[in-house]
Design a protein around this ligand. Structure first.
Ligand code: HEM
Length: 132
């Protein structure tokens, strides 16, 4: 989950020193090598997956990966419907983390424009009253 800063060994911390960052990256690469040896393929980065495919695609994919990708190296996860829902919610959030903020700002902007329009209308009436 690149955009959520998640790696195969957990969350990617902020580094003060370059050598710590390089050490971390080297460990991640080692783990990726183990995974590739174990699974035959490295699981892909899923940060934007829910946007590039769809909610429904992932829902059915988690349930049965072979139904979408015959012969895929991904095993059936066997998660409960409740857990699958949580996974999807998480993927949805990572795919568009600023959606909640955007919605709340959008509503405030609309309210501002509405109030502004009322004042603009009253002002226009005031100005034209003298010209008629
Ligand atoms: C519920 C959690 C999971 C989700 C949402 C998920 C989702 C996905 C998706 C969307 C793909 C890409 C399919 C494509 O190429 O279009 C994929 C591939 C893959 N996943 Fe998962 N996965 C999950 C759990 C796991 C687990 C637990 C494993 C390993 C034990 C795994 C191993 C893989 C592998 C190896 C691939 C590459 C498959 C291939 O290209 O043949 N996944 N996964």
């Amino acid at each position: 989950m690149r955009y959520a800063k998640w790696t195969q060994i957990g969350e990617r911390p902020k580094f003060k020193y370059k050598k710590d960052e390089l050490r971390f990256d080297a460990t991640v690469l080692d783990y990726q090598d183990y995974l590739t040896k174990y699974m035959g393929k490295l699981p892909p980065d899923l940060s934007m997956y829910i946007r590039s495919r769809s909610f429904h695609f992932l829902e059915t994919f988690i349930e049965n990966p072979q139904s979408h990708l015959e012969g895929t190296a991904m095993p059936r996860t066997g998660v409960t419907a409740e857990s699958a829902e949580k996974v999807l919610e998480y993927l949805d959030h990572v795919g568009d983390p600023s959606r909640a903020e955007r919605t709340s700002v959008g509503i405030k902007v609309m309210i501002y424009l509405l109030i502004f329009a009322v004042f603009a209308y009253l002002w226009k009436k005031q100005v034209w009253k003298e010209l008629h």
